[in-house]
Ligand binder design. Structure first.
Ligand code: ADP
Ligand code: MG
Length: 221
């Protein structure tokens, strides 16, 4: 059976304290050139978005797909393909920016993934990632970025509730996966395949998480 554990020896556990985390878990701030592929998993209310928001706030050149349109602030908010393109043209040469896409329609969602695919040196955050993939299909530009974006400095970090609903391409390319508590047998089996200890994940306290893999992104601790 195929395994996705190839480069994933490291375990790291996070605390819930997001406010007092000046240094995070890493020695330096990641740059977009680090090309990270990651997943933040957990059931509704487990703290995925809060964690992703923290990471995004400590990441340069962030583009965020705020799927529900209410989870992110502190950046330029765009709501259409045209305004996304126009804003991107203005900032793409800058060292730091944060673009928040609140998609009113599928065109804007597709424009987000097309922009990520066609760009270099950026960190894409995808909220409710399981809306854009299932265990057997995936938004095409997203799939391309997961498979080949490394060569173009594209990082993709997704938040999702159900690991079992995530496309194998994402897991196969993941540098790290963060899991919050779950009791769901299918999800625990999926996490186990990736190198998590199901007993540990089952016992995680609220807002605590376990990470398998490695990342240069800054994490709260
Ligand atoms: N580390 C934390 N400590 C305390 N409260 C938290 C923490 N993380 C999230 N929360 C709170 O829990 C609620 C759900 O968090 P959220 O990040 O939206 O979860 P999810 O995205 O997994 O549904 C929010 O009200 C949030 O403020
Ligand atoms: Mg959320």
């Amino acid at each position: 059976m195929e395994t996705d554990q190839q480069n994933l020896p490291a375990h790291h556990q996070g605390t819930a304290n997001l406010e007092n985390s000046p240094q995070g878990g890493n020695h330096r701030q990641a740059t977009p050139a680090d090309n990270e592929v990651g997943l933040i998993l957990g059931k509704k209310g487990s703290g995925k978005t809060t964690l992703a928001r923290w990471i995004a706030a400590h990441t340069k050149r962030a583009v965020i797909l705020d799927t529900l349109g209410r989870d992110y602030g502190g950046g330029c908010v765009v709501r259409s393909p045209d305004s996304l393109r126009a804003y991107w043209e203005r900032v793409k040469g800058f060292a730091d920016f944060c673009v928040i896409v609140r998609p009113p329609d599928d065109r804007t969602i597709d424009a987000f993934f097309r922009l990520v695919r066609e760009s270099t040196d950026l960190v894409a955050f995808v909220e409710e990632a399981d809306r854009y993939c299932s265990s057997w299909k995936m938004q095409k530009d997203l799939e391309w970025s997961l498979n080949y974006g490394r060569q173009f400095g594209q990082s993709v970090i997704g938040c999702a509730r159900r690991p079992a609903a995530i496309h194998p391409t994402w897991r196969a390319n993941a540098d790290f996966i963060i899991a919050h508590n779950t009791q769901e047998p299918n999800d625990l089996a999926w996490l186990n395949e990736f190198g998590f200890d199901p007993e540990v994940v089952r016992d995680l306290a609220p807002f605590r998480w376990e990470m398998v893999g490695q990342t240069n992104l800054r994490l709260p601790r």
